[in-house]
Design a binder for this molecule. Structure first.
Ligand code: FAD
Ligand code: NAP
Length: 558
């Protein structure tokens, strides 16, 4: 970056803010926020993404097999009827290239590209209390200022590469699935995959037929059900498009927002035969969230119901996997209480002659060597390519990688040292005029509907503030504590809190384990946040620029 550019942008630091709002991120969240604030509210907005294009998750995760596990008809925006009617899908789920093409289309259709600066990482964002302005610095050595800062940084975006001894000595190629290059040639290669979460299952199943040999390094075995992908007839697509108003209404009032009605039937209210038949039907239909939430109402909350579902999956592993010892290693014994997984033939992949399973709980990885991976039994697994499907520093990981500072120069990484919190998943005390999309303690759902709900709610608040002459909006500590307690209370009623996963920050060594989601469902969340808005944004401190004028304006807005 040239000196002149830096000087030019620095000029704005002392002047009125250049922008009404700065948006960080150009995935589902950032794109819609830009559209809302710029196209609908007419504000001056600039968005940044470190990627070279739009898409977020779907820009970065280009690994073979990357597929939504939300069904196509609800893995999209709903805000524009024309866009919705033009949304084309012909399979039950959408692949990474299809979703990326869709998001590129959205950006073109609403002319968003011209206000997004790509290849630009935001390195710092400081709130200037004297002027109530955010000062944003980038890795291109530029500085920008704005009244509002909206962070659409992604909740599964900050990659987690484990700190394994010798990793830098590996002579072959190594990749994290969340920063995947355009093309990798697998033919004739010995490949190792570390990690068996949603990503690991997809990439393992997809590349097994392409590679010479695949070594799967598994720490925790997983419960997974078939995804059930396949063609969707044009008449079915047309029928969905004819009913979209009702479908979205139902989605927004549901719990997990996956486009089906969650079951209201407890698992032990039916006979053993009927229970097995419900599980079998769900297995045949496919879909992880359907298996957990459409079968019975209490799989995620009642240990006995959970065990019934878990033992059904265990019996399937025993049926599918030929080698009993491999089947044993693949079979989980803990509760079925992580984000539900689904796959396109994961367990059967281990029947292939070119696939081996290494249980790294039994024989932990000691080091990565130039030739491959050495486990504690002394075996050196020779590899040409090592793939990290080791997930993400979820939810707050991208926040703590930026030097975000609020009042009194408080750093967000200090503010959240004992666990990331928020009020309503969108704001946090001491960081005025900063709004988060999918921030900590937002709903745990199919995410585009939640993103839309949050974006619309934030835009309404910004509009309300501008009409009422309010220039500082800040969550109160009391409201934030109340929301955190509610999220904890709900989480404690579920079995999710018993499992070590990214949902509670348990996957990152040294990270404080805390509740990171509102597990009460999207319908209840909407009711709550709409109530807050109707009550003049109760729980927020709203500071008028001109107190006298603003009191009158607030009365008229209300
Ligand atoms: P993201 O799409 O993650 O976008 C965040 C953007 O912020 C990124 O482009 C990133 O480059 C940018 N960014 C971050 N930090 C900075 C910075 N400092 N400076 C500049 N730019 C920055 N959810 C579902 O509901 N259903 C699914 O089927 C599903 N499948 C998934 C599959 C995979 C492989 C993964 C990883 C996630 C999946 N998810 C799924 C979750 C998915 O992340 C969300 O559905 C959704 O795409 C999130 O959109 P977003 O805009 O909030 O964040
Ligand atoms: P993940 O669920 O966190 O899984 C990471 C895997 O890496 C786990 O098996 C974990 O083992 C393992 N791992 C991490 N560190 C390790 C270490 N040091 N040594 C050995 N193993 C290690 O991450 P993910 O699979 O990327 O999925 C994250 C989320 O993204 C999903 O839950 C989902 O929300 C979304 N996603 C969705 C889809 C989809 O189906 N549409 C696809 C991909 C991702 P442990 O379990 O023992 O920790």
């Amino acid at each position: 970056m040239s000196q002149s550019k830096q000087e030019r942008s620095s000029d704005h630091v002392g002047a009125a803010p250049q922008y009404d709002a700065i948006v960080i991120g150009a995935g589902f969240g950032g794109l819609y926020m830009l559209y809302k604030l710029r196209n609908e509210l007419g504000l001056r907005v600039r968005a940044f993404d470190k990627a070279s294009g739009v898409g977020g998750t779907w820009y970065w995760n280009r690994y073979p097999g990357a597929l939504s596990d939300t069904e196509s008809f609800v893995y999209c925006y709903s805000f524009d009827k024309g866009l919705l009617q033009d949304w084309h899908w012909d399979t039950r789920y959408v692949t990474q290239p299809q979703i990326l093409t869709y998001l590129e289309h959205v950006a073109d259709r609403f002319d968003l590209h011209r206000d997004i600066q790509f290849n630009t990482g935001v390195t710092a964002a400081h709130f200037d209390e004297a002027r109530n302005v955010w000062i944003v610095r980038t890795d291109t050595d530029e500085t920008f200022t704005a009244r509002f800062l909206v962070t659409a940084l992604g909740l599964l975006s900050a990659t987690n590469v484990p700190d394994i001894k010798g990793i830098e000595t590996f002579a072959g190629e190594q990749y994290h699935t969340g920063a995947w290059p355009e093309h990798i040639d697998f033919a004739g290669k010995r490949v190792g995959v570390l990690g068996t979460g949603s990503t690991g299952l997809q990439v393992i199943t997809a590349i097994a037929p392409l590679v010479k040999h695949l070594s799967v390094f598994q720490r925790s075995p997983q419960y997974s059900v078939p995804v059930g992908n396949g063609p969707v007839a044009p008449e079915e697509v047309a029928a969905v498009k004819g009913q979209y108003d009702q479908i979205w209404k139902d989605v927004r009032n549901s719990v997990v927002a996956f486009g089906f009605a969650e079951s209201a039937v407890p698992a032990f209210s039916v006979s053993e035969d009927e229970r097995q038949s419900v599980f079998q039907k769900a297995w045949d239909k496919g879909g992880g969230f359907r298996f957990m939430f459409e079968t019975f109402s209490d799989i995620a909350t009642d240990p006995a119901a959970n065990e019934a579902a878990a033992s059904f999956v265990r019996s399937k592993i025993a049926e599918i996997v030929d080698d009993p010892e491999t089947a044993r290693k693949l079979t989980p014994t803990e509760a079925y209480a992580k984000r539900p997984l689904c796959d396109s033939g994961y367990y059967a992949t281990f029947n292939r002659d070119n696939v081996s399973l290494i249980d790294v709980k039994a024989t932990p990885i000691e080091e990565v060597t130039p030739k491959g991976v050495r486990t504690s039994d002394g075996v050196e697994h020779h590899l040409d390519i090592l793939i990290f499907a080791t997930g993400f520093d979820a939810v707050d990981g991208n926040y703590t990688r930026i030097d975000i500072r609020g009042r009194n120069s408080l750093a967000i990484r200090d503010h959240w040292a004992s666990g990331a919190t928020s009020y309503l998943g969108v704001a946090t005390e001491n960081f005025p005029n900063m709004f988060m999309i999918l921030g900590p303690n937002g709903p745990f759902t199919n995410l585009p509907p939640t993103i839309e709900v949050q974006v619309e709610w934030i835009a309404d608040l910004v509009e309300y503030a501008s009409k009422a002459g309010i220039n500082v909006i800040e969550a109160t500590g009391q409201a934030e504590n109340g929301w955190t307690s509610l999220c904890t209370e709900i989480a404690d009623q579920t079995l999710f809190s018993k499992a070590a996963s990214w949902i509670f920050g348990a996957n990152i060594p040294g990270k404080t384990r805390s509740v990171l989601f509102y597990l009460g469902g999207l319908g209840a969340y909407r009711q709550h946040i709409n109530g807050v808005a109707a009550d003049h944004y109760q729980g927020f401190r709203l500071q008028p620029s001109d107190p006298a004028a603003s009191t009158a304006a607030m009365a008229s807005v209300g």
